[in-house]
Design a binder for this molecule. Structure first.
Ligand SMILES: Nc1ncnc2c1ncn2[C@@H]1O[C@H](COP(=O)(O)OP(=O)(O)OP(=O)(O)O)[C@@H](O)[C@H]1O
Ligand SMILES: [Mg+2]
Length: 419
């Protein structure tokens, strides 16, 4: 049962939020100046010997402070990388420690803002951290539980993120008719099919798939940016005649938010130095070496993300991904068609998952009167189109993209019937 000292937390892949009920209404904590959300980012500031969280972490990265940046750590939950230890600022830390530092910071900021201590957390969770892998999925939940306990909470309860969004936004669906929450975040896409019932909801089915905006960024980068660093180009065969294609895995990891910190190692630098030596197109690999030496891969990921959002929003058919920080004048021009092409497989997975949600509930698509979009990546037009395709008769509605989930968690944290 939830107690009044429960803090509701939406720990997101890209952004996090927290809140409590005050006078019967959700009150969201101002986690950063003027903001009720905080980027889920950390920066180990080697010079200042402190950890920066959220926007200051992003800023330290962009301004080139000496240190180590991390983002999208939620995606590591359930994988063997969680237990990799590294020495940083005089401590040996694994990713349980690192995520728990972030959660502890949220707890501290919330306690300061609310003038009370929280010993219990009600946390959101995706329906599947790892869709299609029950073992990894269970491990992810066990990892996140451990992170909350290490952050100083005595107890943690979990609730499906799309169910929280349904609780907060049930008024957007017509009474008695089915509504579908479509929550496309940074790491996962989650669905909740529900019917409004008085002031509450009946949940008909919840479902999810491990696809989100960080996967969008990765695909755009792999298709349009990584070739500038040598992806797909030839390397002379060290053992004999002829050439081989440069190892693809390296470029996949370099384009993956949560994998980047693992590439900044002596082993990878040595391997890239060797690739440079054997490369047919040396300038590409000189660039790759420089990106690793100067640790610029996160900045590249930010440039791709900004390019994605600008192109999606803009009236122009093209957008530039500015990589001038890698090399003077370096940039990539991508078109809306390129964007659609890079995201097609993801849009298909999201569509399939929405259809499976209907099957789980045993309902036809025509029974859904409202499709309610939440999560930052629901603002992508490929997602809108994918949903309109399946639900041509439904009304598309937008709830607050970044706070719908925490609102529902807050409401539920005050509910005595908490699971
Ligand atoms: N205006 C926008 N248009 C398109 N995409 C956007 C926009 N703003 C943010 N995004 C994308 O939305 C994602 C973050 O969304 P959100 O904050 O809902 O995710 P999250 O809750 O942190 O992740 P998850 O719920 O999957 O753990 C990022 O991938 C970001 O690039
Ligand atoms: Mg989310």
């Amino acid at each position: 049962m939830a107690k009044s000292n429960t803090l509701a937390i939406d720990f997101g892949t890209s952004n996090s939020a927290a809140g409590i009920m005050v006078n019967g209404k959700p009150y969201l904590v101002e986690l950063e100046a003027g903001k009720t959300t905080i980027p889920t980012s950390l920066f180990f500031d080697f010079e200042g010997q402190k950890i920066l969280f959220g926007k200051p972490a992003n800023k330290a990265l962009i301004e080139g402070y000496e240190g180590r940046f991390m983002r999208a750590l939620k995606s590591i939950l359930g994988t063997s990388l969680m237990r990799e230890k590294r020495r940083m600022m005089g401590e040996t830390l694994d990713f349980i420690d690192i995520i728990s530092r972030f959660l502890k910071e949220i707890k501290t900021r919330a306690e300061r803002a609310c003038h009370q201590e929280f010993d219990t957390a009600l946390s959101g969770r995706p329906v599947y951290f790892h869709s299609g892998n029950a073992v990894k999925d269970a491990q992810a939940l066990a990892d996140l539980t451990q992170c909350y306990l290490k952050a100083g909470f005595r107890d943690v309860h979990f609730m499906y993120e799309p169910e929280a969004a349904a609780i907060a936004n049930h008024a957007l669906s017509d009474d008695g008719k089915a509504g579908l929450i479509v929550d496309i975040g940074g790491g996962t896409s989650d669905f909740c099919l529900f019917k409004s019932k008085g002031t509450g909801i009946d949940i008909l089915a919840s479902h999810g798939v491990r696809v989100g905006g960080t996967n969008f960024d990765k695909s755009i980068s792999v298709d349009h940016v990584m070739p500038l660093l040598g992806k797909g180009s030839d390397i002379r065969n060290e053992m004999g005649a002829g050439t081989l294609t440069a190892p693809n895995g390296l470029f996949q990891d370099l384009a993956t938010w949560e994998k980047i910190p693992f590439l900044y190692s002596a082993d990878t630098r040595r391997m890239v130095k060797n690739l440079h030596h054997l490369a047919v197109e040396k300038p590409l690999f000189a660039r790759l070496e420089s990106v690793l030496t100067h640790e610029l891969a996160h900045e590249m990921a930010f440039a791709v993300e900004h390019g994605k959002i600008r192109l999606n929003k803009g009236l122009n058919d093209h957008s530039m991904i500015d990589l001038g920080f890698v090399e003077n004048g370096l940039n990539v021009n991508i078109s809306k068609q390129d964007l659609t092409g890079s995201l097609a497989a993801h849009a298909q997975k999201i569509q399939d998952c929405a259809k499976e949600t209907l099957v789980l509930a045993g309902l036809p698509a025509t029974s859904v009167a409202s499709v309610i979009l939440v999560g930052g990546s629901s603002l992508m037009s490929v997602v809108e189109r994918a949903m309109m395709d399946i639900f041509p008769t439904a009304t598309l509605k937008y709830a607050d993209a970044f706070t719908a989930i925490v609102d529902g968690l807050v409401i539920s944290s005050a509910d005595k019937n908490l699971r």
